[in-house]
Design a protein around this ligand. Structure first.
Ligand code: SF4
Ligand code: FE
Length: 480
């Protein structure tokens, strides 16, 4: 397993073609806007070496029998799934942001199931190929970006009917040694911190879409791949002289648009090629795993609740019964999120490939809560924090000899607490509910791993309505 330092050094060797603010980023790793997101992924390496976290952060590879980072592991039991949930909460709590590495783990597990199922139907050899690739990922402790979301163009049209054929990633040429692919993947979490990109389809497909039914893996710096960084609210606070106004100076997440401009993929890295009827199952498997992964939000919620309790202490409002009750409600919602992720893990089952899968219905119910509860937790945090969170002058004004003395005087609350501490915790709440981390805590909770309606469709498909009706009819005497 790599250490955090080795992970950082390994990223330095990548030659990524990445852009932000209209310019090529020569050294992404040291860019002040990207660096905090690298720090968050580095935590997944750091904690794996700490004895107190070893049980959650590491696993034994079913391929090699060696100890590996859990983020590269294929779940071999219900216990593995439960540990994955707990690992997500742990890392959310340690970073206060999206730590990005779950997407790759979820892609690897989904592919371990679906490559087996494709082979069973078509007599292909994808599973062997995939397991060799998995061995490489595990041996080198790599971070993978799981790339699912295509730009999708006109949402009313399937991939093959789009006016621009590149709106979904597709094969443009088949060669003897591999394929050339073109298209893009949007909203790619942690793309610039990844060694590998694992591409999967984003929708169920029919025969006419077969050129789009692809799954493959590429090194993140393969020729023809370009990254364009997404903006985040308050992102330029990270380039200011002092980082105090960022709220969470060390950690953050990032998303990027990833463009594949006729990129070559050798056959040994292709895991689905035109088996269109498996596009839907791969999407569903990945989505269920990733919906479970949103236990990360209960870890970030722990940070926000801690910050809210702290600001209430500093403001002197903690004894007010309505404040106490609001904090109880925040905890209730946050633990409910954790319950959902745990329950779909506890109800997991073994797939024909041997991989353990989460319960699909419960994973979707859990993620549906994630699209709502963090917003309510954030609302309550803002309620308790008060308006100063958004009217607080800048760190430069606090440092200024002319204005600093007034800010120190008038923003003092509890006599036992420094104005500096009060300011820091307010900035953290601002970061989590309005700033860069709100991308992960709020909007990503809404749309990541599928927007709310996607889960509602799955819930309607998964519930056994006939059985429920039978139960009701039996009790009221309609049927014997
Ligand atoms: Fe992982 Fe959560 Fe970020 Fe998704 S949003 S990549 S589950 S930390
Ligand atoms: Fe996500």
């Amino acid at each position: 397993m790599m250490t955090a330092k080795e992970y950082e050094d390994s990223l330095r060797k990548l030659n990524l073609s990445a852009y932000m603010f209209g310019e090529k980023i020569e050294n992404p790793l040291d860019h002040p806007i990207i660096r905090p997101s690298m720090n968050a992924v580095a935590k997944t390496y750091e904690l794996a070496h700490q004895p107190e976290h070893e049980d959650l952060m590491t696993a034994v590879s079913h391929l090699s029998g060696k100890k590996i980072n859990r983020f590269t592991h294929i779940h071999q039991s219900v216990q593995d799934l439960v540990k994955k949930t707990k690992m997500g909460r742990l890392l959310g709590a340690h970073t206060g942001c999206c730590f990005q590495r779950c997407v790759g783990m979820d892609s690897l597990n989904a592919l371990s199931i679906v490559t087996h199922d494709i082979d069973a139907k078509h007599g292909t050899a994808y599973e062997d190929r995939f397991l060799k690739y998995l061995g490489y990922v595990q041996e080198n402790d790599l971070t993978c970006d799981g790339a699912m979301t295509d730009p999708k163009g006109d949402r009313s049209l399937p991939p093959h009917q789009q006016p621009d054929p590149d709106m979904y990633v597709h094969v443009v040429e088949e060669k003897s040694d591999g394929i050339l692919v073109r298209g893009a993947k949007a909203h790619q979490t942690g793309a610039l911190n990844s060694h590998e990109i694992i591409v999967m389809p984003t929708v169920a497909m029919r025969e006419a879409d077969r050129d789009y039914a692809l799954s493959f893996a590429l090194p993140s710096d393969a020729e023809g791949i370009t990254y364009i960084m997404g903006r985040q609210s308050c992102d330029t606070r990270k380039v200011e002289e002092t980082l105090l106004d960022t709220g969470n100076p060390a950690f953050g997440g990032h998303e990027a648009l990833v463009i594949f401009d006729d990129v070559f993929v050798p056959w040994d890295r292709v895991f689905m090629y035109k088996e269109y009827e498996f596009a839907g199952p791969l999407v569903e498997k990945f989505a269920s795993y990733h919906r479970q992964s949103y236990a990360c939000k209960s870890g970030v919620g722990d940070v926000l609740i801690g910050a809210t309790q702290t600001i209430s202490e500093y403001n002197g409002t903690l004894k007010a019964s309505h404040v106490k009750d609001k904090i109880i409600e925040m905890n209730h919602l946050n633990e409910t999120l954790f319950c959902g992720s745990l329950s779909c893990a506890a109800e997991g089952h073994k797939e024909p490939s041997g991989t353990y899968s989460v319960d699909t219905l419960l994973a979707n119910v859990s993620k549906q809560n994630v699209t709502r509860f963090p917003y309510e937790i954030a609302r309550l945090a803002q309620d308790v924090a008060g308006g100063l969170m958004v009217t607080l002058p800048s760190a430069a004004d606090f440092a200024s000899p002319e204005t600093g003395k007034w800010l120190e005087k008038y923003y003092k609350a509890s006599p036992d607490v420094s104005t500096d501490s009060r300011r820091r915790v307010l900035r953290l709440i601002e970061n989590l509910t309005l700033g860069t981390a709100a991308v992960g805590y709020l909007t990503e909770s809404m749309h990541g791993a599928g927007s709310p309606q996607a889960q509602r469709i799955m819930i309607s498909r998964q519930v056994n309505m006939k059985e429920k009706q039978k139960l009701a009819r039996r009790l009221c005497g309609i049927e014997a």
